[in-house]
Design a protein around this ligand. Sequence first.
Ligand code: TMP
Length: 233
Amino acid sequence: MSLLYEGKAKRIFSTGENDVLRVEYKDEVTAGNGAKKDLIEGKGRLNNQITSHIFNYLKAKGGKSHFIEQISETEQLVQSVEIIPLEVVVRNIAAGSITKRLGFEKGHEFDEPLVEFFYKKDDLNDPLITEDHIKLLHLAEDNEINSLKEAAKDVNAVLVQLMDEMNLRLVDFKIEFGRTNDGQILLADEISPDTCRIWDKDSDTNFDKDVYREDRGSIIETYQTFLNKLEAL
Ligand code: TMP
């Protein structure tokens, strides 16, 4: 099975089956577009298990994604899609880049979930882009942009509820979408503590990559505790 693509956190392989790919989650951890980088044993296993759990949960709630099944501790099978080079970020509470960009206090609760688009382009440092930019770059049509926003809000609603049951607050997260051979748009990539901000409701503990970004402890312990909470539901 040949390696088709290697990113910062995953490797993608072909399989014998048409339109089915194998994703292997790596132990590499990066932050700030690769400015901070480490190999942390066990990270790939945890993100594969957490993403598999969350995609299965979304499926049970009627949400479609590229996810087919988890096949080992670090691997899953997914449907092949062409990734749309957009990071779709949903924010419920201000944290991270929006506090610096627009001056919101960290922890400010938004009246409505906010959807933002970032252009996935490493050499430009993944800039925030407008809907007109998306059309100008021919990344998606008007109706597709609306579908992405609605799909992102639907994922948010399901995940906010899930986290609530775990006594956690879903602050924000990033998702990606892809197009299938027949032009259908599907949720893709991963949903894990690497791609979300998740805060405990009763303490200032967080269960996400900010622990690594801000050198605040072990991400293995943090992600394992999060997985235990997920599996205990
Ligand atoms: P931000 O506050 O840095 O814009 O990030 C918002 C959310 O998106 C946060 O949960 C982290 C996630 N994210 C990624 O998963 N990958 C990225 O490349 C970026 C910029 C953010």
